[in-house]
Design a protein around this ligand. Structure first.
Ligand code: NAD
Length: 357
Protein backbone atom coordinates (compact mmCIF):
# COMPACT_ATOMS: atom_id res chain seq x y z
CA UNK A 1 0.00 0.00 0.00
CA UNK A 2 1.05 3.53 -0.67
CA UNK A 3 2.00 5.44 2.49
CA UNK A 4 1.24 9.15 2.78
CA UNK A 5 4.03 11.65 3.32
CA UNK A 6 4.62 12.69 6.91
CA UNK A 7 6.25 16.15 6.82
CA UNK A 8 9.02 16.64 9.36
CA UNK A 9 10.17 20.26 9.30
CA UNK A 10 12.98 19.66 11.79
CA UNK A 11 15.03 17.52 9.42
CA UNK A 12 17.50 19.14 7.01
CA UNK A 13 17.40 18.36 3.29
CA UNK A 14 20.61 16.31 3.57
CA UNK A 15 18.75 13.84 5.78
CA UNK A 16 16.05 13.31 3.18
CA UNK A 17 18.58 13.05 0.37
CA UNK A 18 20.43 10.37 2.32
CA UNK A 19 17.12 8.62 2.99
CA UNK A 20 16.32 8.47 -0.70
CA UNK A 21 19.84 7.43 -1.67
CA UNK A 22 20.24 4.72 0.92
CA UNK A 23 16.59 3.79 1.32
CA UNK A 24 17.72 1.79 4.35
CA UNK A 25 14.91 -0.50 5.42
CA UNK A 26 11.60 0.77 4.11
CA UNK A 27 10.40 -0.55 0.78
CA UNK A 28 8.80 2.78 -0.07
CA UNK A 29 10.59 6.11 -0.01
CA UNK A 30 8.49 9.15 0.92
CA UNK A 31 8.12 12.24 -1.28
CA UNK A 32 7.15 15.35 0.68
CA UNK A 33 7.90 18.94 1.59
CA UNK A 34 11.59 18.14 1.99
CA UNK A 35 12.01 16.59 -1.41
CA UNK A 36 13.27 18.60 -4.37
CA UNK A 37 12.55 16.81 -7.63
CA UNK A 38 13.92 17.44 -11.11
CA UNK A 39 11.59 16.49 -13.97
CA UNK A 40 13.04 16.63 -17.48
CA UNK A 41 10.30 16.91 -20.09
CA UNK A 42 8.07 18.29 -17.34
CA UNK A 43 6.15 20.62 -19.67
CA UNK A 44 5.00 17.63 -21.72
CA UNK A 45 1.94 15.43 -21.50
CA UNK A 46 3.07 12.94 -18.83
CA UNK A 47 5.69 15.18 -17.22
CA UNK A 48 3.17 17.91 -16.41
CA UNK A 49 0.81 15.36 -14.82
CA UNK A 50 3.73 14.15 -12.71
CA UNK A 51 4.54 17.75 -11.70
CA UNK A 52 0.90 18.19 -10.60
CA UNK A 53 1.17 15.18 -8.28
CA UNK A 54 4.57 16.18 -6.90
CA UNK A 55 3.31 19.69 -6.07
CA UNK A 56 0.18 18.20 -4.48
CA UNK A 57 2.55 16.19 -2.25
CA UNK A 58 4.30 19.47 -1.31
CA UNK A 59 7.56 18.69 -3.11
CA UNK A 60 9.47 21.51 -4.77
CA UNK A 61 10.05 20.85 -8.45
CA UNK A 62 12.39 21.99 -11.21
CA UNK A 63 11.31 21.33 -14.78
CA UNK A 64 13.76 21.30 -17.68
CA UNK A 65 11.99 21.30 -21.04
CA UNK A 66 13.05 22.66 -24.43
CA UNK A 67 9.36 23.10 -25.37
CA UNK A 68 9.92 21.11 -28.57
CA UNK A 69 6.66 19.33 -27.81
CA UNK A 70 5.69 20.64 -24.37
CA UNK A 71 3.96 23.85 -23.40
CA UNK A 72 4.26 26.25 -20.50
CA UNK A 73 0.46 26.25 -20.40
CA UNK A 74 0.67 22.71 -18.99
CA UNK A 75 2.37 24.01 -15.84
CA UNK A 76 1.22 26.18 -12.90
CA UNK A 77 3.85 28.81 -13.71
CA UNK A 78 2.97 31.06 -10.74
CA UNK A 79 3.56 28.34 -8.12
CA UNK A 80 6.56 29.44 -6.00
CA UNK A 81 7.63 25.80 -5.51
CA UNK A 82 8.07 25.34 -9.26
CA UNK A 83 11.13 26.44 -11.25
CA UNK A 84 11.04 26.13 -15.04
CA UNK A 85 14.17 26.03 -17.20
CA UNK A 86 13.76 25.99 -20.97
CA UNK A 87 16.73 24.40 -22.67
CA UNK A 88 17.58 21.12 -24.38
CA UNK A 89 19.06 18.36 -22.23
CA UNK A 90 21.92 16.94 -24.29
CA UNK A 91 22.90 20.29 -25.82
CA UNK A 92 26.51 20.63 -24.68
CA UNK A 93 26.07 24.36 -24.07
CA UNK A 94 23.73 23.44 -21.21
CA UNK A 95 25.65 20.52 -19.65
CA UNK A 96 26.78 22.72 -16.75
CA UNK A 97 23.18 23.78 -16.13
CA UNK A 98 22.05 20.13 -16.19
CA UNK A 99 24.78 19.28 -13.64
CA UNK A 100 23.73 22.19 -11.48
CA UNK A 101 20.05 21.17 -11.47
CA UNK A 102 20.82 17.48 -10.88
CA UNK A 103 23.16 18.43 -8.04
CA UNK A 104 20.38 20.36 -6.33
CA UNK A 105 17.78 17.61 -6.74
CA UNK A 106 16.99 14.77 -4.36
CA UNK A 107 15.49 12.71 -7.16
CA UNK A 108 15.38 12.95 -10.96
CA UNK A 109 12.64 11.83 -13.37
CA UNK A 110 14.01 11.77 -16.93
CA UNK A 111 11.07 12.01 -19.34
CA UNK A 112 12.54 14.39 -21.95
CA UNK A 113 12.53 12.61 -25.30
CA UNK A 114 11.38 12.97 -28.87
CA UNK A 115 8.21 10.86 -29.16
CA UNK A 116 5.76 9.33 -31.59
CA UNK A 117 5.91 6.42 -34.03
CA UNK A 118 5.40 8.75 -37.02
CA UNK A 119 8.36 10.89 -36.05
CA UNK A 120 10.52 7.85 -35.22
CA UNK A 121 9.78 6.46 -38.70
CA UNK A 122 10.34 9.72 -40.57
CA UNK A 123 13.20 11.29 -38.59
CA UNK A 124 15.25 8.34 -37.44
CA UNK A 125 18.51 10.25 -36.96
CA UNK A 126 17.02 13.12 -34.94
CA UNK A 127 14.92 10.81 -32.76
CA UNK A 128 17.70 8.30 -32.07
CA UNK A 129 20.32 10.95 -31.36
CA UNK A 130 17.87 13.01 -29.28
CA UNK A 131 17.24 10.07 -26.94
CA UNK A 132 20.91 9.13 -26.70
CA UNK A 133 22.21 12.68 -26.19
CA UNK A 134 19.71 13.62 -23.49
CA UNK A 135 20.04 10.19 -21.88
CA UNK A 136 23.85 10.38 -21.73
CA UNK A 137 23.79 13.94 -20.36
CA UNK A 138 21.37 13.15 -17.55
CA UNK A 139 23.00 9.80 -16.69
CA UNK A 140 26.41 11.43 -16.53
CA UNK A 141 25.16 14.14 -14.16
CA UNK A 142 23.24 11.67 -11.96
CA UNK A 143 26.28 9.41 -11.79
CA UNK A 144 28.56 12.32 -10.86
CA UNK A 145 26.23 13.59 -8.12
CA UNK A 146 25.00 10.08 -7.18
CA UNK A 147 21.36 11.08 -7.59
CA UNK A 148 18.50 8.58 -7.91
CA UNK A 149 16.92 8.61 -11.35
CA UNK A 150 13.78 7.15 -12.89
CA UNK A 151 14.01 6.76 -16.66
CA UNK A 152 10.96 6.48 -18.93
CA UNK A 153 11.83 4.01 -21.65
CA UNK A 154 9.00 2.66 -23.84
CA UNK A 155 7.03 -0.46 -24.73
CA UNK A 156 8.44 0.12 -28.23
CA UNK A 157 11.45 -1.92 -27.04
CA UNK A 158 9.21 -5.02 -27.29
CA UNK A 159 9.00 -4.52 -31.05
CA UNK A 160 6.06 -5.63 -33.16
CA UNK A 161 3.95 -7.05 -30.33
CA UNK A 162 2.72 -10.39 -29.03
CA UNK A 163 -0.59 -12.29 -29.01
CA UNK A 164 -0.54 -12.30 -25.18
CA UNK A 165 0.20 -9.72 -22.48
CA UNK A 166 3.87 -8.72 -22.57
CA UNK A 167 6.03 -9.20 -19.46
CA UNK A 168 9.30 -7.51 -18.58
CA UNK A 169 11.23 -10.70 -19.36
CA UNK A 170 10.05 -10.72 -22.97
CA UNK A 171 12.98 -9.93 -25.26
CA UNK A 172 13.79 -6.50 -26.61
CA UNK A 173 13.09 -6.91 -30.33
CA UNK A 174 14.23 -4.45 -32.94
CA UNK A 175 15.62 -4.63 -36.46
CA UNK A 176 17.08 -2.04 -38.84
CA UNK A 177 13.80 -0.52 -40.03
CA UNK A 178 13.58 3.22 -39.23
CA UNK A 179 10.89 3.01 -36.56
CA UNK A 180 13.11 0.98 -34.25
CA UNK A 181 15.77 3.69 -33.86
CA UNK A 182 13.60 5.11 -31.07
CA UNK A 183 13.33 1.68 -29.39
CA UNK A 184 17.02 0.85 -29.77
CA UNK A 185 18.04 4.21 -28.28
CA UNK A 186 15.59 3.78 -25.39
CA UNK A 187 17.01 0.28 -24.78
CA UNK A 188 20.59 1.60 -24.84
CA UNK A 189 19.80 4.22 -22.20
CA UNK A 190 18.05 1.49 -20.16
CA UNK A 191 21.43 -0.28 -20.00
CA UNK A 192 23.19 2.88 -18.80
CA UNK A 193 20.55 3.40 -16.13
CA UNK A 194 20.65 -0.26 -15.03
CA UNK A 195 24.46 -0.11 -14.98
CA UNK A 196 24.35 2.89 -12.64
CA UNK A 197 22.54 0.71 -10.12
CA UNK A 198 24.31 -2.62 -10.55
CA UNK A 199 27.82 -1.24 -11.17
CA UNK A 200 27.85 1.88 -8.97
CA UNK A 201 25.06 1.36 -6.42
CA UNK A 202 23.11 4.46 -7.41
CA UNK A 203 19.34 3.86 -7.11
CA UNK A 204 17.74 3.85 -10.55
CA UNK A 205 14.40 2.79 -12.00
CA UNK A 206 13.38 1.98 -15.58
CA UNK A 207 9.75 2.25 -16.64
CA UNK A 208 8.41 0.94 -19.94
CA UNK A 209 5.14 2.81 -20.56
CA UNK A 210 2.61 1.38 -23.01
CA UNK A 211 -0.03 3.70 -24.53
CA UNK A 212 -0.75 6.58 -22.20
CA UNK A 213 -3.55 9.01 -23.04
CA UNK A 214 -5.74 11.77 -21.68
CA UNK A 215 -5.69 15.55 -21.20
CA UNK A 216 -2.78 17.57 -22.70
CA UNK A 217 -1.78 14.92 -25.25
CA UNK A 218 -1.35 16.58 -28.64
CA UNK A 219 -2.75 15.30 -31.93
CA UNK A 220 0.33 16.69 -33.67
CA UNK A 221 2.40 13.85 -32.19
CA UNK A 222 0.38 11.37 -34.28
CA UNK A 223 -0.66 9.32 -31.22
CA UNK A 224 -3.83 7.47 -31.97
CA UNK A 225 -6.32 8.70 -29.37
CA UNK A 226 -5.77 12.48 -29.77
CA UNK A 227 -5.61 11.99 -33.56
CA UNK A 228 -9.00 10.24 -33.51
CA UNK A 229 -10.52 12.85 -31.18
CA UNK A 230 -9.18 15.73 -33.27
CA UNK A 231 -10.61 14.19 -36.44
CA UNK A 232 -13.99 13.49 -34.82
CA UNK A 233 -14.27 17.04 -33.46
CA UNK A 234 -13.57 18.37 -36.97
CA UNK A 235 -16.06 15.93 -38.51
CA UNK A 236 -13.23 14.46 -40.58
CA UNK A 237 -12.56 10.74 -41.17
CA UNK A 238 -10.91 8.71 -38.41
CA UNK A 239 -8.24 6.72 -40.25
CA UNK A 240 -7.82 3.21 -38.83
CA UNK A 241 -4.66 1.44 -39.97
CA UNK A 242 -4.75 -2.05 -41.48
CA UNK A 243 -7.59 -4.34 -40.26
CA UNK A 244 -8.24 -2.34 -37.06
CA UNK A 245 -8.01 -5.51 -34.99
CA UNK A 246 -4.64 -4.66 -33.42
CA UNK A 247 -5.07 -4.22 -29.67
CA UNK A 248 -3.68 -1.65 -27.26
CA UNK A 249 -4.41 -0.87 -23.59
CA UNK A 250 -4.75 2.83 -22.84
CA UNK A 251 -3.70 4.18 -19.48
CA UNK A 252 -5.05 7.50 -18.21
CA UNK A 253 -2.19 9.95 -17.71
CA UNK A 254 -3.16 10.59 -14.06
CA UNK A 255 -2.88 6.84 -13.33
CA UNK A 256 0.41 6.82 -15.23
CA UNK A 257 1.86 9.66 -13.14
CA UNK A 258 0.82 7.90 -9.90
CA UNK A 259 2.52 4.77 -11.20
CA UNK A 260 5.78 6.60 -11.93
CA UNK A 261 5.88 7.98 -8.41
CA UNK A 262 5.17 4.57 -6.87
CA UNK A 263 7.89 2.91 -8.92
CA UNK A 264 10.45 5.36 -7.62
CA UNK A 265 9.29 4.66 -4.09
CA UNK A 266 9.95 0.95 -4.42
CA UNK A 267 13.25 -0.51 -3.29
CA UNK A 268 12.73 -3.86 -4.99
CA UNK A 269 12.05 -2.34 -8.42
CA UNK A 270 15.48 -0.68 -8.64
CA UNK A 271 17.61 -1.37 -11.68
CA UNK A 272 15.07 -3.45 -13.63
CA UNK A 273 12.45 -2.63 -16.25
CA UNK A 274 8.86 -2.22 -15.07
CA UNK A 275 5.82 -2.20 -17.37
CA UNK A 276 3.31 0.62 -16.94
CA UNK A 277 0.07 0.43 -18.89
CA UNK A 278 -3.67 0.00 -18.97
CA UNK A 279 -5.65 -3.12 -18.13
CA UNK A 280 -8.40 -3.00 -20.81
CA UNK A 281 -7.31 -4.28 -24.20
CA UNK A 282 -9.12 -2.41 -27.00
CA UNK A 283 -9.02 -3.03 -30.74
CA UNK A 284 -8.13 0.17 -32.58
CA UNK A 285 -11.22 -0.14 -34.79
CA UNK A 286 -13.35 -0.24 -31.63
CA UNK A 287 -11.46 2.71 -30.18
CA UNK A 288 -12.46 4.73 -33.26
CA UNK A 289 -16.10 3.76 -32.73
CA UNK A 290 -15.90 4.71 -29.03
CA UNK A 291 -14.50 8.13 -29.96
CA UNK A 292 -17.22 8.82 -32.54
CA UNK A 293 -19.85 7.81 -29.99
CA UNK A 294 -18.34 9.87 -27.15
CA UNK A 295 -17.95 12.99 -29.31
CA UNK A 296 -21.54 12.56 -30.58
CA UNK A 297 -20.41 13.31 -34.13
CA UNK A 298 -21.07 11.52 -37.38
CA UNK A 299 -17.42 11.47 -38.39
CA UNK A 300 -16.75 8.54 -40.76
CA UNK A 301 -14.27 5.76 -39.99
CA UNK A 302 -12.05 4.67 -42.87
CA UNK A 303 -9.55 1.82 -43.06
CA UNK A 304 -6.13 2.21 -44.74
CA UNK A 305 -3.08 -0.08 -44.95
CA UNK A 306 -0.33 1.49 -42.82
CA UNK A 307 2.18 0.83 -45.61
CA UNK A 308 0.13 3.07 -47.92
CA UNK A 309 0.64 5.88 -45.39
CA UNK A 310 4.22 5.26 -44.28
CA UNK A 311 5.75 3.27 -47.11
CA UNK A 312 7.05 -0.29 -47.37
CA UNK A 313 9.73 0.05 -44.69
CA UNK A 314 7.20 0.77 -41.98
CA UNK A 315 7.29 -1.76 -39.14
CA UNK A 316 3.69 -2.68 -38.31
CA UNK A 317 2.79 -3.46 -34.70
CA UNK A 318 0.09 -5.99 -33.84
CA UNK A 319 -1.22 -6.49 -30.29
CA UNK A 320 0.72 -4.64 -27.63
CA UNK A 321 -0.89 -5.15 -24.24
CA UNK A 322 1.09 -5.06 -20.99
CA UNK A 323 1.33 -7.51 -18.15
CA UNK A 324 1.62 -5.13 -15.18
CA UNK A 325 1.69 -7.77 -12.44
CA UNK A 326 5.17 -6.79 -11.33
CA UNK A 327 4.12 -3.20 -10.61
CA UNK A 328 0.82 -4.19 -9.01
CA UNK A 329 2.20 -6.90 -6.73
CA UNK A 330 5.13 -4.72 -5.67
CA UNK A 331 3.38 -1.40 -5.05
CA UNK A 332 -0.37 -2.05 -5.03
CA UNK A 333 -0.75 0.23 -8.08
CA UNK A 334 -3.76 -0.32 -10.33
CA UNK A 335 -5.29 1.89 -13.01
CA UNK A 336 -8.45 3.43 -11.59
CA UNK A 337 -9.72 5.29 -14.68
CA UNK A 338 -11.40 3.35 -17.50
CA UNK A 339 -10.68 3.63 -21.22
CA UNK A 340 -14.03 5.42 -21.61
CA UNK A 341 -13.03 7.95 -18.93
CA UNK A 342 -9.69 8.46 -20.66
CA UNK A 343 -11.47 9.14 -23.96
CA UNK A 344 -13.93 11.55 -22.32
CA UNK A 345 -11.13 13.48 -20.56
CA UNK A 346 -9.18 13.69 -23.82
CA UNK A 347 -12.25 15.04 -25.64
CA UNK A 348 -12.97 17.58 -22.91
CA UNK A 349 -9.40 18.89 -22.97
CA UNK A 350 -9.31 19.16 -26.75
CA UNK A 351 -12.70 20.91 -26.83
CA UNK A 352 -11.42 23.45 -24.28
CA UNK A 353 -8.24 24.00 -26.28
CA UNK A 354 -10.29 24.63 -29.43
CA UNK A 355 -12.42 27.23 -27.64
CA UNK A 356 -9.33 29.00 -26.33
CA UNK A 357 -7.46 28.93 -29.68
N1 NAD B 1 2.81 8.97 -24.28
C1 NAD B 1 3.01 7.66 -24.38
O1 NAD B 1 2.07 6.90 -24.67
C2 NAD B 1 4.40 7.08 -24.12
C3 NAD B 1 4.58 5.71 -24.33
C4 NAD B 1 5.84 5.17 -24.09
C5 NAD B 1 6.87 5.96 -23.61
N2 NAD B 1 6.67 7.29 -23.41
C6 NAD B 1 7.79 8.08 -22.89
O2 NAD B 1 7.32 8.86 -21.79
C7 NAD B 1 8.00 10.12 -21.78
C8 NAD B 1 6.99 11.25 -21.76
O3 NAD B 1 6.22 11.17 -22.95
P1 NAD B 1 5.06 12.20 -23.29
O4 NAD B 1 3.98 11.46 -23.95
O5 NAD B 1 4.75 13.03 -22.10
O6 NAD B 1 5.77 13.09 -24.39
P2 NAD B 1 5.83 14.68 -24.52
O7 NAD B 1 6.42 14.99 -25.85
O8 NAD B 1 4.51 15.28 -24.20
O9 NAD B 1 6.85 15.05 -23.36
C9 NAD B 1 8.24 15.05 -23.57
C10 NAD B 1 8.74 16.44 -23.25
O10 NAD B 1 10.15 16.48 -23.38
C11 NAD B 1 10.52 17.70 -24.02
N3 NAD B 1 11.81 17.40 -24.61
C12 NAD B 1 12.09 16.55 -25.64
N4 NAD B 1 13.42 16.46 -25.80
C13 NAD B 1 13.99 17.27 -24.88
C14 NAD B 1 15.34 17.58 -24.52
N5 NAD B 1 16.38 17.02 -25.16
N6 NAD B 1 15.55 18.45 -23.52
C15 NAD B 1 14.50 19.02 -22.85
N7 NAD B 1 13.23 18.75 -23.13
C16 NAD B 1 12.98 17.87 -24.12
C17 NAD B 1 9.38 18.03 -24.97
O11 NAD B 1 9.27 19.41 -25.23
C18 NAD B 1 8.18 17.52 -24.17
O12 NAD B 1 7.61 18.54 -23.38
C19 NAD B 1 8.93 10.12 -22.98
O13 NAD B 1 10.21 9.73 -22.55
C20 NAD B 1 8.33 9.07 -23.90
O14 NAD B 1 9.31 8.48 -24.73
C21 NAD B 1 5.46 7.87 -23.67
Amino acid sequence: MYRKTVPDVARPRAFWRAKILDNHSADLVEFGAHTHVLVTGGAGFVGSALVDILLARNCSVTVIDDLSNGSLRNLPAGDPRLKIRTFRVGDQAFNAAVHNEVGQADAVFHLASPIGVQRAHKERFAVTSGILESGCAIVEACQFHRRPILYTSSSEVYGSGRDRPITESDPVMTDIRPRWGYAAAKAAVEHLVAGMFFDFGIPTWIVRPFNMAGPRQRAATGLVLPVFVDAALRGEPLVVHDDGEQRRAFLHVADAAEGLLLVMQSRSLRGRPVNLGGSEAVQIGNLARMVVEATKTNAPIVMKPSNSIYGERFAVTYDRVPDTNLLTTTTGWRPVRSTRQTIVDCIEHMRTERVMA
